[in-house]
Ligand binder design. Structure first.
Ligand code: MG
Length: 305
């Protein structure tokens, strides 16, 4: 058997990976790949190529990549709701949208307290149908990933769109540039990454864990869950055991629910986001800068993440 290409820090990692599997490079040609979301019924993955203003589609059956839609308001992060619809974060639209069964784009939210969002970045859908997303300003601070514009909000916050009525509330206001976002399997914790180090080296590259309130509509004070030792954490997903699989500067880092760094999957490009796919949800898709990668794991991702 060939040498394990993955980095094991904790024996628990061995039960989550196959030592003989290699990272597969599926496609290259993006300027900045981000925002993967998987559709089991069609066995395809969509992912963003933000600076090129296009949403790509990888088909598992044919192993090919095509353009899903372009222009696309410089979409970034995506998720799939409980009805199987695509939820999108748009930099240029400064909006969170839903692509309905008829294929039409429906704007769900663009403002909080009468002011435009910065540039919604990443999103997750809770089991009650509420949509939780982060709003750093990467899409408006230059012309590269959206349209440059001044911030209207006083900061970069995390918001919730209620399932009923679509009311928007700010749920986290004490982060620098909140980015990746996901719930623990029982939804008792909300994990959020901070990428503020891109503009201010004094901002720690962490994922914080916030306790979700009893009514499921807000969170308590967040604690540092993990600190990145290579670049910073951007997008991430959670598996059925509660392990966190996060993008980082040198690949994918896997943390146990207790915060232990279990291991790493080295990737030859900076990683921006991941998601689980495949008919068994045991295939990790990785958006690495210019390319799309995948790796089969011995665990499964949470559905609708
Ligand atoms: Mg992101």
């Amino acid at each position: 058997m060939s040498e394990n290409p993955h980095v094991v820090y904790d024996r628990r990692f061995n039960a989550l990976i196959f030592g003989h599997t290699k990272l597969e490079k599926l496609w290259t040609g993006a300027r900045w790949a981000e925002g993967p979301a998987y559709f089991p019924a069609g066995r395809y993955l969509v992912f963003s190529d933000i600076p090129n203003d296009r949403l790509m589609r990888f088909d598992e059956g044919s192993n090919t990549v095509s353009v899903f839609r372009s222009p696309c308001f410089n979409e970034n992060g995506h998720s799939v709701d409980r009805q199987g619809r695509l939820i999108s974060c748009e930099h240029r639209g400064r909006a969170v949208t839903r692509t309905g069964f008829d294929g039409r784009r429906e704007v769900l939210a663009t403002t909080w307290r009468g002011k435009k969002f910065n540039s919604p970045n990443d999103v997750t859908v809770k089991s009650d149908g509420s949509i939780w997303f982060t709003d750093p300003n990467y899409g408006i601070d230059t012309e590269y990933e959206g349209d440059a514009a001044p911030m209207e909000q006083d900061g970069c916050y995390v918001y919730r769109i209620a399932a009923e009525g679509g009311a928007v509330t700010a749920v986290i206001t004490d982060m620098n540039k909140p980015n990746g976002i996901a719930f623990s399997p029982d939804e008792s914790l909300l994990y959020v990454a901070d990428t503020g180090a891109t503009h201010d080296p004094s901002v720690a590259p962490v994922i914080r864990a916030f306790p979700v309130s009893a009514d499921g509509a807000s969170v308590g004070e967040g604690k540092v869950f993990a600190t990145c030792d290579a670049g910073f954490f951007d997008g991430f997903r959670v598996d059925v055991h509660g392990n966190i699989w996060s993008s980082a500067g040198d690949g994918v880092h896997c943390f146990a629910a207790d915060g232990t760094l279990l291991g790493k999957i080295p990737v030859p490009e900076i990683c921006a986001n991941v998601t689980f796919g495949g008919v068994k949800r045991n295939r990790l898709y990785i958006c690495g800068q210019t390319s799309l990668y995948s790796l089969f794991l011995n665990t499964k991702g949470l559905p609708f993440c």
